[in-house]
Design a binder for this molecule. Structure first.
Ligand code: DGL
Length: 279
């Protein structure tokens, strides 16, 4: 039993898709969520910059006092998980391994598709995670950078969103795949539209991630066993964000409080020996 909150962070507010799944599967856990809205997007930045931002946020969460750190951001999970784990004594996990495992469970012999930000696709983190588990698995990876702005601009149901999805699917081998990883925090909000274009199962990474987190808490005996719904504190690095309202309303996440964290409070952490991270 450990009643400290779970620390979750993302480049912005998209990671609330993962928080939503945690609230569903671990309803009495308290959550502190950091959204780096002052420096979003991470998906077009270099691995070094994303790693610097991610390690700062993880150090801040450790300073606040959390029992475990979950990197909800696919880009940060892809490029910075090992660096974050090396700088903290807390358990650290990300979204790549749960997504890869869930995809392999759904997939038959056809390739597995991955759509994500440019940084995640360039890192090849999903391919590595999938082929670590099944070296024979084929992966088709496509960067789909227009999707995050469409979601943040509340254009999910617009006809041109379907056109943009076609633009990404038609010229690529995604149609040859039998399952698709939505490798970006925001994409579960577009899952219905993507499933219509893809026509086959899409992986529910937030649920897979929440279930992996539940296992990690069980292994460490650190579940919060107190009664009642857990709280959700949202800390943003910029002033209140318009897309916070759009995303949280669409998901129906229960936010207890929102506040601003000053970037200057995100100090560089000390280096610690690596744990054995699993992205
Ligand atoms: N959170 C990012 C991810 O999951 C998407 C937004 C961004 O580019 O920062 O990759």
């Amino acid at each position: 039993m450990n009643s400290l909150p779970i620390g979750v962070f993302d480049s912005g507010i998209g990671g609330l898709t993962v928080v939503n799944a945690i609230q569903e599967h671990l309803p009495n856990e308290d959550i502190v969520y950091v959204g780096d809205t002052a420096r979003v997007p991470y998906g077009s930045r270099s691995p070094g910059t994303v790693t610097e931002y991610a390690t700062q946020i993880a150090a801040h969460l450790e300073h606040i006092g959390v029992k475990e750190i979950l990197i909800a951001c696919n880009t940060a999970s892809a490029v910075a998980l090992e660096a974050v784990a090396a700088r903290t004594s807390l358990p650290v996990s990300g979204v790549i391994t749960p997504g890869a495992e869930a995809a392999l469970e759904l997939s038959g012999s056809a390739p597995i598709g991955v759509i994500a930000t440019r940084a995640t696709i360039t890192s090849d983190a999903y391919r590595s995670a999938i082929q670590r588990l099944n070296p024979a698995a084929e992966v088709v990876s496509v960067a789909t950078p227009l999707l995050v702005p469409l979601i943040e601009e509340d254009c999910i149901d617009k006809p041109f969103t379907a056109d943009i999805l076609q633009h990404y699917f038609e010229p690529t081998r995604l149609h040859a795949c039998d399952t698709l990883i939505l490798g970006c925090t925001h994409y579960p909000l577009l899952a219905d539209q993507i499933a219509r274009v893809f026509g086959k199962p899409v992986v529910d990474t937030p649920t897979a991630t929440a279930l992996t987190l539940a296992k990690s808490l069980d292994q460490r005996n650190t579940r919060n066993e107190s009664d009642g719904a857990g709280s959700l504190s949202v800390l943003l690095t910029d002033d209140a964000d318009r897309s916070l309202g759009i995303v949280s309303r669409r998901l129906g996440v229960r936010i207890t409080e929102t506040s601003k964290v000053d970037l200057s409070e995100l100090a560089a952490p000390e280096t610690r020996p690596p744990d054995s991270p699993s992205a």
